[in-house]
Design a protein around this ligand. Structure first.
Ligand code: FAD
Ligand code: NDP
Length: 313
């Protein structure tokens, strides 16, 4: 019987592992094997420089940061299995965790930190130019030198797209907000913000069909979905803001999710509606989505679990 099983291995999972290990709870982490299309270590393994995680004045690469977090979890006494959790049974305690190896583990408490995966469009040229002008996080990457005073394109019509386009106007010579329809999905307040910003140009009913460039992105081939006509736009940045998919399918409806699929937590805590199951990081946060906020909520989950086990086990 495990005290606590942590599912997921991004900044939130590792912070929860470090804290629960230091609280002598001997946590077991399932780090996943390309779960949600992301390597163990989470979304930061898909990026290059991370310049906004405190403590690294010279910056640190995403893979380096995540391998340091993993080493710290192990040093503190966490045990890590490189397996994906296929399903759980949280209908009663002890909870059951079913790994893809066929192993079944029982646990007194669970921390779910399975993150979310940014949607991409997989257009030709995207893989080659990923992180060489193409990104899924303007707040993370927008300040990089390659985007300064350049034309940048944000894809999407939701709140995130408007927020990211607005953020990028701090660095870009111009931001093109490219949306596949002729009206935005974003809230009215956000729409007003986009329309009022002279540095944002909205390109309606248009989708990118090819990313161009040899070493770095130099342009996009785009299609007007109404006329089917193609044209080329010179630009140095392409930022996807077309939504994220929270990794919650393995929960099979056993926990309260919002309409998009994010786990609902009680405000100010990491408690879910299932007593003894806690959630942290991007899997329960569609607003902030940063490594440091994920890590912060991982700490909260660990403290919540410690309190739960002291009071109820
Ligand atoms: P994630 O990092 O999403 O990790 C979750 C992990 O759980 C994954 O490894 C996944 O495979 C695993 N998993 C999923 N399902 C299962 C399962 N069933 N069983 C076992 N394991 C499972 N933030 C910053 O602060 N600064 C940046 O510079 C920055 N750059 C970014 C660049 C990119 C390209 C992206 C996509 C994001 C970036 N972010 C950045 C955001 C940051 O990466 C996320 O906010 C953060 O990683 C979220 O952490 P998390 O712990 O919630 O989960
Ligand atoms: P949304 O799902 O709201 O919007 C995604 C956008 O991407 C839509 O405009 C959609 O187009 C477009 N899109 C999706 N797939 C494709 C595709 N394959 N090709 C082209 N375009 C595509 O996601 P968000 O991340 O914007 O928002 C998620 C949630 O978080 C929402 O509830 C939002 O309100 C909330 N949020 C709130 C914020 C705030 O209040 N400050 C900030 C950020 C997010 P279409 O409209 O045609 O479907």
């Amino acid at each position: 019987m495990e005290n606590v099983v942590i599912i997921g291995s991004g900044p939130s999972g590792h912070t929860a592992a470090i804290y629960t290990a230091r609280a002598n709870l001997s946590p077991l982490m399932y780090e996943g094997l390309m779960a949600g299309g992301v390597a163990a270590g989470g979304q930061l393994t898909t990026t290059t420089e991370v310049e906004n995680f405190p403590g690294f004045p010279q910056g640190v690469t995403g893979p380096e940061l995540m391998s340091a977090m993993r080493a710290q979890s192990l040093k503190c006494g966490a045990r890590i299995k490189t397996e994906t959790v296929e399903r759980v049974d949280i209908s009663k305690r002890p909870f059951k965790v079913f790994a893809d190896s066929g192993e079944v583990i029982e646990a007194k408490a669970l921390i779910i930190s399975t993150g979310a995966t940014a949607r991409r469009m997989s257009i030709p040229g995207e893989d080659k130019l990923w992180q060489r002008g193409i990104s899924a996080c303007a707040v993370c990457d927008g300040a990089l030198p390659l985007f300064r005073n350049k034309v940048l394109v944000v894809i999407g019509g939701g709140d995130t797209a408007v927020e990211e386009a607005t953020h990028l106007t701090k660095y870009a010579s111009k931001v093109i907000l490219m949306h596949r329809r002729d009206e935005l999905r974003a809230s009215k307040a956000m729409q007003k913000r986009a329309f009022a910003n002279p540095r944002i140009e909205i390109m309606w009913s248009t989708v990118p069909v090819e990313a161009m460039g040899e070493k770095f992105l130099t342009g996009l081939r785009v299609k007007n979905v109404k006329t089917e006509s193609l044209s080329d736009i010179p630009c140095s940045g392409l930022f996807y803001a077309i939504g994220h998919v929270p990794n919650t399918a393995f929960l099979e409806g056993q926990i309260d999710l919002d309409e998009i699929g994010y786990i609902k937590t009680k405000p100010g805590t990491t408690e879910t509606n299932v007593f003894g199951v806690f959630a942290c990081g991007d899997v329960q946060d569609k607003k902030y989505r940063q490594a440091v906020t994920a890590a912060g909520s991982g700490c909260m989950a660990a403290l919540d679990v410690e309190r739960f086990l002291n009071e109820h086990e």
